[in-house]
Design a protein around this ligand. Structure first.
Ligand SMILES: Nc1ncnc2c1ncn2[C@@H]1O[C@H](COP(=O)(O)OP(=O)(O)OP(=O)(O)O)[C@@H](O)[C@H]1O
Ligand SMILES: [Mg+2]
Length: 167
């Protein structure tokens, strides 16, 4: 029996949340990033591997001490203005390999890339990650967070395009 993932005082999720898919959808400034950050803190505390594709450049905050914690989480940051090591837009495939080979939680900060470079990075990263995780004989849980995912992941469902043009 594992401790529940406590996202807030009135929301606790079973540890299976690690392998579930969530979307934080709300109006601007409503607390989407904050809520996702809480979920990530709880997953990290439970020992789950978490990788954050940070399109904003704020997630390094996980490393900082907060709400009485002595220190934040020991999560390397790759890329961005505060990264431990720089990130190349062509590095999506390589970073996916590092994620799988190291088993470590990581913040991958793509905030300094152009929109097309973010898409290029995320596509290579996503494809290679999918391939590597599918090929694992004993798959380990990995939770991937995509900040401002609408910038990278196509949001339209089949038929939306036609409907939008009719408006
Ligand atoms: N539950 C909370 N308790 C205290 N502060 C909160 C809470 N949720 C959000 N905040 C604060 O409110 C502000 C906006 O939250 P956040 O950045 O998470 O919103 P967002 O929905 O991600 O915004 P955006 O649409 O701009 O991405 C931040 O300063 C955040 O620290
Ligand atoms: Mg946000």
């Amino acid at each position: 029996v594992t401790k529940p993932i406590r996202v807030s005082d009135d929301l606790a999720l079973p540890i299976d949340a690690a392998t579930q898919t969530f979307a934080f959808i709300a109006r601007k400034g409503a607390g989407k990033t904050y809520a996702a950050g809480k979920l990530v803190e709880e997953l990290l505390a439970a020992g789950v591997q978490v990788v954050i594709l940070d399109t904003v450049g704020n997630w390094y905050g996980l490393r900082l001490a907060s709400d009485g914690r002595a220190t934040g989480f020991d999560v390397p940051v790759i890329g961005g203005l505060r990264g431990d090591i720089p990130l190349e837009a062509t590095g999506g495939h390589l970073i996916a390999d590092i994620v799988v080979d190291s088993g470590r939680s990581l913040i991958v900060d793509v905030s300094q890339f152009s929109l097309s470079d973010r898409k290029r990075f995320a596509t290579a990263f996503g494809e290679q990650l999918w391939k590597r995780k599918k090929g694992e004989s004993r798959p380990t849980p990995l939770h991937v967070v995509i900040e401002e995912s609408q910038l990278i992941v196509p949001q339209m469902a089949k038929g939306d395009d036609a409907r939008m043009h009719r408006r």
